[in-house]
Design a protein around this ligand. Structure first.
Ligand code: AMP
Length: 289
Protein backbone atom coordinates (compact mmCIF):
# COMPACT_ATOMS: atom_id res chain seq x y z
CA UNK A 1 0.00 0.00 0.00
CA UNK A 2 1.29 3.43 -0.94
CA UNK A 3 0.48 6.62 0.94
CA UNK A 4 0.68 9.82 -1.08
CA UNK A 5 0.16 13.41 -0.11
CA UNK A 6 0.40 15.37 -3.34
CA UNK A 7 -1.88 15.55 -6.37
CA UNK A 8 1.10 15.17 -8.73
CA UNK A 9 2.22 11.99 -6.98
CA UNK A 10 -1.27 10.49 -6.97
CA UNK A 11 -1.75 11.26 -10.67
CA UNK A 12 1.63 9.74 -11.58
CA UNK A 13 0.82 6.51 -9.75
CA UNK A 14 -2.66 6.09 -11.26
CA UNK A 15 -1.23 6.86 -14.70
CA UNK A 16 1.54 4.28 -14.25
CA UNK A 17 -1.06 1.69 -13.21
CA UNK A 18 -3.21 2.43 -16.26
CA UNK A 19 -0.21 2.16 -18.59
CA UNK A 20 0.44 -1.40 -17.43
CA UNK A 21 -3.11 -2.64 -16.70
CA UNK A 22 -6.47 -2.50 -18.39
CA UNK A 23 -8.38 -3.11 -15.15
CA UNK A 24 -10.62 -0.48 -13.61
CA UNK A 25 -9.72 2.10 -10.97
CA UNK A 26 -12.06 2.18 -7.94
CA UNK A 27 -12.24 5.15 -5.61
CA UNK A 28 -13.58 5.59 -2.06
CA UNK A 29 -13.58 9.19 -0.81
CA UNK A 30 -13.76 9.63 3.00
CA UNK A 31 -12.98 12.04 5.79
CA UNK A 32 -11.11 9.36 7.73
CA UNK A 33 -11.56 8.05 11.28
CA UNK A 34 -12.45 4.86 9.47
CA UNK A 35 -14.93 2.33 10.83
CA UNK A 36 -16.47 -0.87 9.47
CA UNK A 37 -18.89 1.16 7.31
CA UNK A 38 -15.95 2.69 5.44
CA UNK A 39 -14.27 -0.74 5.36
CA UNK A 40 -17.36 -2.22 3.64
CA UNK A 41 -16.98 0.36 0.85
CA UNK A 42 -13.30 -0.49 0.51
CA UNK A 43 -14.07 -4.21 0.38
CA UNK A 44 -16.64 -3.65 -2.34
CA UNK A 45 -14.11 -1.58 -4.28
CA UNK A 46 -11.53 -4.35 -3.77
CA UNK A 47 -13.92 -6.93 -5.23
CA UNK A 48 -14.85 -4.81 -8.27
CA UNK A 49 -11.76 -2.79 -9.19
CA UNK A 50 -8.18 -3.57 -10.17
CA UNK A 51 -6.71 -0.57 -8.34
CA UNK A 52 -8.33 0.72 -5.14
CA UNK A 53 -7.74 4.34 -4.19
CA UNK A 54 -8.88 5.69 -0.82
CA UNK A 55 -8.85 9.40 -0.03
CA UNK A 56 -8.80 10.75 3.52
CA UNK A 57 -9.50 14.45 3.61
CA UNK A 58 -11.52 16.45 6.12
CA UNK A 59 -12.91 18.98 3.69
CA UNK A 60 -13.30 22.43 5.28
CA UNK A 61 -15.59 23.56 2.44
CA UNK A 62 -18.43 21.28 3.56
CA UNK A 63 -18.51 22.47 7.18
CA UNK A 64 -20.54 25.53 8.12
CA UNK A 65 -19.52 28.15 10.67
CA UNK A 66 -19.83 26.71 14.18
CA UNK A 67 -19.85 23.11 12.92
CA UNK A 68 -17.26 20.51 13.97
CA UNK A 69 -14.46 20.97 11.39
CA UNK A 70 -11.82 21.74 14.04
CA UNK A 71 -12.76 18.91 16.37
CA UNK A 72 -13.65 16.33 13.70
CA UNK A 73 -12.02 13.06 14.92
CA UNK A 74 -8.74 12.10 13.25
CA UNK A 75 -6.52 9.03 13.61
CA UNK A 76 -4.19 8.54 10.64
CA UNK A 77 -2.39 5.54 12.14
CA UNK A 78 -5.56 3.53 12.69
CA UNK A 79 -6.93 4.60 9.29
CA UNK A 80 -3.86 3.23 7.54
CA UNK A 81 -4.25 -0.09 9.37
CA UNK A 82 -7.94 -0.32 8.30
CA UNK A 83 -6.97 0.57 4.72
CA UNK A 84 -4.18 -2.02 4.65
CA UNK A 85 -6.50 -4.73 6.01
CA UNK A 86 -9.12 -3.90 3.35
CA UNK A 87 -6.57 -4.29 0.55
CA UNK A 88 -6.31 -0.63 -0.49
CA UNK A 89 -3.56 0.08 -3.03
CA UNK A 90 -3.17 3.86 -2.69
CA UNK A 91 -4.17 6.16 0.17
CA UNK A 92 -4.39 9.82 -0.84
CA UNK A 93 -4.05 12.10 2.20
CA UNK A 94 -3.69 15.66 0.94
CA UNK A 95 -3.35 18.71 3.18
CA UNK A 96 -5.89 21.52 3.00
CA UNK A 97 -3.23 23.63 1.23
CA UNK A 98 -2.66 20.90 -1.34
CA UNK A 99 -6.38 20.76 -2.18
CA UNK A 100 -7.03 24.51 -1.89
CA UNK A 101 -3.72 26.36 -2.46
CA UNK A 102 -5.55 29.57 -3.30
CA UNK A 103 -9.01 30.79 -2.27
CA UNK A 104 -11.60 28.81 -4.21
CA UNK A 105 -13.35 30.86 -6.88
CA UNK A 106 -15.19 27.96 -8.50
CA UNK A 107 -18.01 26.11 -6.78
CA UNK A 108 -19.94 23.12 -8.05
CA UNK A 109 -23.54 23.57 -7.00
CA UNK A 110 -26.30 21.04 -7.56
CA UNK A 111 -29.87 22.36 -7.38
CA UNK A 112 -33.25 20.75 -6.52
CA UNK A 113 -31.98 17.59 -4.77
CA UNK A 114 -30.19 19.89 -2.30
CA UNK A 115 -33.17 22.00 -1.28
CA UNK A 116 -34.41 19.77 1.55
CA UNK A 117 -32.96 17.70 4.43
CA UNK A 118 -29.24 18.42 5.04
CA UNK A 119 -29.28 20.90 2.16
CA UNK A 120 -31.76 23.01 4.13
CA UNK A 121 -30.27 22.60 7.60
CA UNK A 122 -26.61 22.90 6.54
CA UNK A 123 -26.52 25.76 3.99
CA UNK A 124 -23.56 25.42 1.61
CA UNK A 125 -22.79 21.87 2.75
CA UNK A 126 -23.54 20.20 -0.57
CA UNK A 127 -21.67 22.89 -2.53
CA UNK A 128 -18.66 21.88 -0.45
CA UNK A 129 -19.30 18.19 -1.08
CA UNK A 130 -19.92 18.55 -4.84
CA UNK A 131 -16.87 20.78 -5.24
CA UNK A 132 -14.45 18.50 -3.40
CA UNK A 133 -15.84 15.32 -4.98
CA UNK A 134 -15.55 16.78 -8.49
CA UNK A 135 -11.97 17.86 -7.70
CA UNK A 136 -11.18 14.38 -6.39
CA UNK A 137 -12.77 12.77 -9.46
CA UNK A 138 -10.56 14.94 -11.69
CA UNK A 139 -7.48 14.05 -9.66
CA UNK A 140 -8.06 10.28 -9.35
CA UNK A 141 -10.06 9.77 -12.59
CA UNK A 142 -11.72 6.60 -11.29
CA UNK A 143 -13.93 4.24 -13.28
CA UNK A 144 -16.10 3.54 -10.23
CA UNK A 145 -16.64 5.51 -7.03
CA UNK A 146 -18.23 3.95 -3.94
CA UNK A 147 -20.54 5.93 -1.66
CA UNK A 148 -22.55 4.90 1.40
CA UNK A 149 -26.34 5.18 1.46
CA UNK A 150 -26.03 6.28 5.08
CA UNK A 151 -25.60 9.65 3.34
CA UNK A 152 -28.43 9.03 0.87
CA UNK A 153 -28.86 12.68 -0.08
CA UNK A 154 -25.13 12.86 -0.84
CA UNK A 155 -25.51 9.87 -3.20
CA UNK A 156 -28.41 11.61 -4.96
CA UNK A 157 -26.38 14.84 -5.27
CA UNK A 158 -23.29 13.08 -6.64
CA UNK A 159 -25.35 11.02 -9.10
CA UNK A 160 -27.03 14.21 -10.36
CA UNK A 161 -23.65 15.96 -10.69
CA UNK A 162 -22.16 13.02 -12.62
CA UNK A 163 -25.17 13.00 -14.95
CA UNK A 164 -25.23 16.76 -15.51
CA UNK A 165 -21.47 17.14 -16.04
CA UNK A 166 -21.01 13.90 -18.04
CA UNK A 167 -18.33 12.73 -15.66
CA UNK A 168 -16.99 9.35 -16.82
CA UNK A 169 -17.45 7.54 -13.50
CA UNK A 170 -19.94 4.96 -12.30
CA UNK A 171 -21.40 5.70 -8.86
CA UNK A 172 -21.84 2.56 -6.75
CA UNK A 173 -24.21 3.09 -3.79
CA UNK A 174 -23.45 0.81 -0.81
CA UNK A 175 -25.71 -0.23 2.11
CA UNK A 176 -25.45 1.30 5.61
CA UNK A 177 -23.45 -0.70 8.14
CA UNK A 178 -24.83 -0.70 11.68
CA UNK A 179 -23.68 -1.59 15.16
CA UNK A 180 -25.28 -4.77 16.61
CA UNK A 181 -27.95 -2.69 18.35
CA UNK A 182 -28.92 -0.88 15.14
CA UNK A 183 -27.06 2.45 15.45
CA UNK A 184 -25.71 3.46 12.04
CA UNK A 185 -21.90 3.52 12.15
CA UNK A 186 -20.50 7.04 11.97
CA UNK A 187 -17.20 8.73 12.76
CA UNK A 188 -19.24 11.15 14.88
CA UNK A 189 -20.54 8.39 17.21
CA UNK A 190 -17.39 8.88 19.34
CA UNK A 191 -18.75 12.26 20.43
CA UNK A 192 -21.70 10.60 22.22
CA UNK A 193 -21.78 10.22 26.01
CA UNK A 194 -22.92 6.75 27.21
CA UNK A 195 -26.39 8.16 27.88
CA UNK A 196 -26.62 9.83 24.46
CA UNK A 197 -25.29 6.66 22.79
CA UNK A 198 -28.10 4.64 24.43
CA UNK A 199 -30.82 7.13 23.50
CA UNK A 200 -29.49 7.44 19.92
CA UNK A 201 -31.05 4.02 19.27
CA UNK A 202 -34.36 5.81 18.68
CA UNK A 203 -33.21 6.69 15.16
CA UNK A 204 -32.92 3.13 13.86
CA UNK A 205 -35.86 1.96 16.01
CA UNK A 206 -38.17 4.61 14.56
CA UNK A 207 -37.14 3.62 11.03
CA UNK A 208 -37.92 -0.01 11.80
CA UNK A 209 -41.33 0.97 13.17
CA UNK A 210 -42.06 2.94 10.00
CA UNK A 211 -40.98 -0.04 7.92
CA UNK A 212 -43.34 -2.33 9.83
CA UNK A 213 -46.16 0.21 9.38
CA UNK A 214 -45.68 0.37 5.60
CA UNK A 215 -45.21 -3.39 5.11
CA UNK A 216 -47.75 -4.66 2.59
CA UNK A 217 -49.34 -1.23 2.06
CA UNK A 218 -49.60 0.54 -1.29
CA UNK A 219 -48.36 4.13 -1.69
CA UNK A 220 -51.91 5.48 -1.87
CA UNK A 221 -52.96 3.98 1.47
CA UNK A 222 -50.78 6.14 3.75
CA UNK A 223 -49.50 9.69 3.80
CA UNK A 224 -46.00 11.00 4.39
CA UNK A 225 -47.44 13.01 7.29
CA UNK A 226 -48.71 9.87 9.01
CA UNK A 227 -45.27 8.30 8.73
CA UNK A 228 -43.50 11.45 9.91
CA UNK A 229 -45.70 11.60 13.02
CA UNK A 230 -45.05 7.94 13.80
CA UNK A 231 -41.28 8.44 13.49
CA UNK A 232 -41.22 11.74 15.42
CA UNK A 233 -43.31 10.29 18.25
CA UNK A 234 -40.81 7.51 18.76
CA UNK A 235 -37.75 9.78 18.56
CA UNK A 236 -39.31 12.05 21.15
CA UNK A 237 -39.41 9.23 23.68
CA UNK A 238 -35.67 9.94 24.10
CA UNK A 239 -35.42 12.98 26.42
CA UNK A 240 -32.06 14.08 24.97
CA UNK A 241 -33.15 13.93 21.31
CA UNK A 242 -33.70 17.19 19.43
CA UNK A 243 -35.11 16.60 15.95
CA UNK A 244 -33.52 18.61 13.15
CA UNK A 245 -35.64 16.92 10.49
CA UNK A 246 -37.72 13.77 10.06
CA UNK A 247 -39.08 13.70 6.54
CA UNK A 248 -40.59 11.26 4.10
CA UNK A 249 -39.80 12.00 0.45
CA UNK A 250 -39.47 10.20 -2.86
CA UNK A 251 -35.97 8.95 -3.65
CA UNK A 252 -33.69 9.90 -5.37
CA UNK A 253 -35.57 13.06 -6.42
CA UNK A 254 -36.09 14.09 -2.77
CA UNK A 255 -39.42 15.68 -3.59
CA UNK A 256 -42.62 15.32 -1.55
CA UNK A 257 -44.67 12.41 -2.83
CA UNK A 258 -48.03 13.42 -1.35
CA UNK A 259 -49.85 14.26 -4.52
CA UNK A 260 -48.29 11.81 -6.90
CA UNK A 261 -49.13 8.33 -5.84
CA UNK A 262 -46.89 7.04 -8.55
CA UNK A 263 -43.78 6.77 -6.39
CA UNK A 264 -42.09 3.42 -6.08
CA UNK A 265 -39.18 4.38 -3.85
CA UNK A 266 -39.36 6.54 -0.77
CA UNK A 267 -36.89 7.64 1.83
CA UNK A 268 -37.50 8.28 5.51
CA UNK A 269 -34.66 10.64 6.40
CA UNK A 270 -33.67 11.68 9.92
CA UNK A 271 -31.29 14.18 11.48
CA UNK A 272 -31.36 14.30 15.27
CA UNK A 273 -29.12 16.14 17.71
CA UNK A 274 -27.93 14.69 21.00
CA UNK A 275 -26.14 17.50 22.79
CA UNK A 276 -23.66 18.89 20.27
CA UNK A 277 -23.70 15.75 18.14
CA UNK A 278 -25.89 15.63 15.07
CA UNK A 279 -26.65 12.14 13.77
CA UNK A 280 -28.30 11.19 10.50
CA UNK A 281 -29.94 7.98 9.41
CA UNK A 282 -32.44 6.90 6.78
CA UNK A 283 -34.39 4.06 5.33
CA UNK A 284 -35.05 3.64 1.61
CA UNK A 285 -38.07 1.52 0.76
CA UNK A 286 -39.74 0.22 -2.36
CA UNK A 287 -43.48 0.85 -2.21
CA UNK A 288 -46.24 -0.62 -4.36
CA UNK A 289 -47.95 2.03 -6.48
P1 AMP B 1 -17.36 10.13 5.72
O1 AMP B 1 -15.96 9.77 6.08
O2 AMP B 1 -18.28 10.18 6.86
O3 AMP B 1 -17.43 11.34 4.80
O4 AMP B 1 -17.87 8.92 4.84
C1 AMP B 1 -17.17 8.45 3.72
C2 AMP B 1 -18.04 7.46 2.97
O5 AMP B 1 -18.37 6.38 3.84
C3 AMP B 1 -19.38 8.07 2.50
O6 AMP B 1 -19.69 7.56 1.22
C4 AMP B 1 -20.34 7.58 3.55
O7 AMP B 1 -21.67 7.48 3.09
C5 AMP B 1 -19.77 6.20 3.84
N1 AMP B 1 -20.25 5.73 5.15
C6 AMP B 1 -20.22 6.40 6.33
N2 AMP B 1 -20.81 5.67 7.31
C7 AMP B 1 -21.23 4.52 6.72
C8 AMP B 1 -21.93 3.37 7.18
N3 AMP B 1 -22.32 3.25 8.45
N4 AMP B 1 -22.19 2.37 6.30
C9 AMP B 1 -21.80 2.48 5.01
N5 AMP B 1 -21.14 3.54 4.50
C10 AMP B 1 -20.86 4.55 5.33
Amino acid sequence: MEVVQTIADLRARVKAYRRKNDQSVGFVPTMGFLHDGHASLLQKARSQSGLVVLSIFVNPLQFGPGEDFERYPRNAEKDLAVAEAAGVDIVFMPSVDEMYPTPTRTTVSVSEVTTRLCGASRPGHFDGVATVVSKLFHIVQPDQAFFGLKDAQQVAVIEQMVLDLNLPVEIVPCPTLRENDGLAMSSRNVYLSPEERQQALVLSQSLQQAKAFIEGKSASSFTSQELEILVRDHIQTAPLAVIDYAEVLSYPTLEPFEHSHSITTLIIALAVKFGKTRLIDNLILQVRK
